[in-house]
Write a protein that binds this ligand. Structure first.
Ligand code: GLY
Length: 359
């Protein structure tokens, strides 16, 4: 078992990484449950694989369990689905002392976290992330949200879970494309804060990677812990976690969140921005090439698709969540060293078009 603690002024909670932890989850959650009612929110795919075993295990510890099963995918992160979740919580007579469990990927974690933050002005919840991207990123740090039709994550709050239980064994049932999706965020951590992690990813073969997965997840969680403890509310250092995301979000948006997974879009964004910043002299030469090779190794795309400049520029415009007209671009000095570069709409163009680069 590996573990670490997120320590913030108003809360502190453990992240526990252990193979097959879901087989003993009933006992593990005992310290966090004041009463006997538990609602699990999951999606149909996760439920089909692990739902029954999870419920039985929790019931064995004496809990009364209700399961809410949602459709997989981003469409479930909506106000409509949130209202259905509230109604199910009411029908099950959930009180402020009962416990909610998010059992799924990022969509389930974000939606359940926001339901927990707002139902009865806040009830306790636990994260059991099942995808790699949720295990290394979205289940930690307290960002919860739903989408509006105008954009992703426009309604949300910072609300932390009581504990995060990560079972790396669950990754074996992930489709290869979604394993790669999570690896993009793992590569991101190496890029922004940890050259050793980056080098390790360059060296390990597939078999070694699988056997080192617990430590790799721990390393990512440690980096996120340090960043979140320094800047919980995303006002400074936490923005470094957005490396590759400015162009990544634009690509996701242009293709209506259908063609690229989040990780794939971030992969493209990391390579693109680093290529540009290298040309501009901000980044050590050869950095973009190393990123590209690692993305190829993990079956991730790296080239920005053939999007016209105007659409890209429009998709990159500061949105409702930006502060004023500036965009905070995250750049690398070298692998493992990142910084924030403020760009306004005008000088953002430099990062779009450069001689010899197709956009
Ligand atoms: N996923 C980025 C953050 O938690 O800030």
């Amino acid at each position: 078992m590996l573990s670490l603690n997120i320590d913030l002024p108003d809360t502190s909670y453990p992240i526990i990484i252990e193979k097959d932890i879901i087989k003993k989850i009933g006992k593990k959650i005992l310290p966090y449950a004041q009463r006997k009612k538990i609602v699990i929110v999951t999606d149909k795919n996760v439920d089909a694989l692990y739902g029954d075993a999870l419920i039985q295990n929790i019931e064995k510890s004496g809990f009364q369990v209700h399961l809410i099963r949602l459709y997989p995918g981003e469409n479930s992160k909506s106000l409509g689905v949130l209202e259905c979740v509230y109604k199910e919580l009411l029908n099950f007579d959930m009180t402020k002392s009962d416990l909610l469990i998010a059992f799924g990927g990022g969509v389930i974690g974000d939606l359940t976290g926001f339901a927990a933050a707002t139902f009865l002005r806040g009830i306790p919840f636990i994260q059991i992330p099942t995808s790699l991207i949720a295990q290394v990123d979205s289940s930690i740090g307290g960002k919860t949200a739903v989408n509006l039709k105008e954009g992703k994550n426009l309604v949300g709050s910072f609300y932390h879970p009581r504990a995060v239980f990560i079972d790396p064994q669950l990754l074996h049932s992930l489709k290869p494309r979604f394993f790669s999706d999570g690896m993009a965020e793992v590569i991101k951590y190496g890029c922004i804060k940890d050259s050793e992690l980056f080098s390790k990813l360059e060296t390990l073969n597939q078999k070694q990677l699988i056997s080192h997965m617990d430590e790799i997840i721990l390393r990512c969680c440690e980096i996120k812990k340090r960043i979140v403890e320094e800047d919980e509310k995303d006002e400074s250092t936490r923005m470094l976690l957005n490396f590759g995301h400015t162009f990544g979000h634009a690509v996701e948006k242009i293709y209506h969140y259908k063609k690229y997974t989040h990780g794939e879009a971030v992969a493209v964004g990391m390579y693109h921005i680093t290529g540009k910043s290298e040309e501009m002299g901000y980044t050590q030469k050869g950095t973009a090439e190393r990123i590209k090779n690692l993305l190829i190794k993990f079956n991730l795309p790296f080239n920005l698709p053939d999007i016209d400049e105007a659409s890209l520029s429009e998709a990159l415009s500061p949105d409702k969540k930006s502060r004023g007209n500036d965009i905070h671009l995250v750049l690398l000095k070298a692998i493992g060293e990142s910084f924030i570069h403020l760009a306004d709409k005008k000088n953002l163009k430099e990062f779009i078009i450069k001689e010899g680069v197709k956009v």
